[in-house]
Design a protein around this ligand. Structure first.
Ligand SMILES: [Zn+2]
Length: 163
């Protein structure tokens, strides 16, 4: 089925949905702040790096993405279920987002950035935030070369509720 929006309108709608200052993002910022990390949210690198990272931590050469579980298709997450209508369209849309995420991550890594992706559901409850707070220093503080890739998908495991 055709999209109800023109491509221009669609990307405007998407960019609004993708907007900054969402609740999970604010939660992450205050966690990082309490832990003493310095980061930018609207600096030149937030705007120009691939995928426009939500947070940039220059000291750690690290970028952080906060991914909405629906829009980025968080596998096995209770917050991600394809809508019952126009299912194929949504599936294509979300797979497109995932492909773009992977491309952006690969590009960022190739130019020396450490990429951390935090799923929205890892920021949604106090228990989940405590879990993540305890692990953030390990996630962000390691030197680039010793950082295992699989750890950067922290929220795969950072969902103590809903299981
Ligand atoms: Zn999720």
């Amino acid at each position: 089925m055709a999209d109800v929006f023109t491509p221009e309108k669609r990307s405007e709608v998407m960019s609004r949905i993708r907007g900054r200052d969402t609740k999970p993002e604010l939660a992450l910022r205050s966690m990082l702040h309490r832990l003493g990390y310095r980061f930018t949210v609207n600096g030149p690198r937030n705007r120009s790096l691939p995928g426009r990272p939500d947070l940039v931590l220059p000291k750690y050469q690290t970028v952080v993405f906060v991914h909405g579980c629906f829009w980025h298709g968080h596998a096995h997450c209770k917050n991600f279920r394809l809508p019952a209508s126009r299912t194929e369209w949504w599936k294509a849309k979300i797979e497109g987002n995932q492909q773009r995420d992977r491309r952006n991550e690969a590009t960022l890594r190739s130019i020396g950035w450490h990429v951390v992706t935090i799923w929205e559901c890892a920021l949604n409850s106090a228990a989940a935030r405590d879990w993540l707070t305890a692990r953030l220093p390990a996630l962000l503080g390691r030197p680039l070369e010793s950082f295992p890739d699989e750890l950067s998908r922290v929220a795969e495991d950072a969902t103590p509720y809903g299981k």
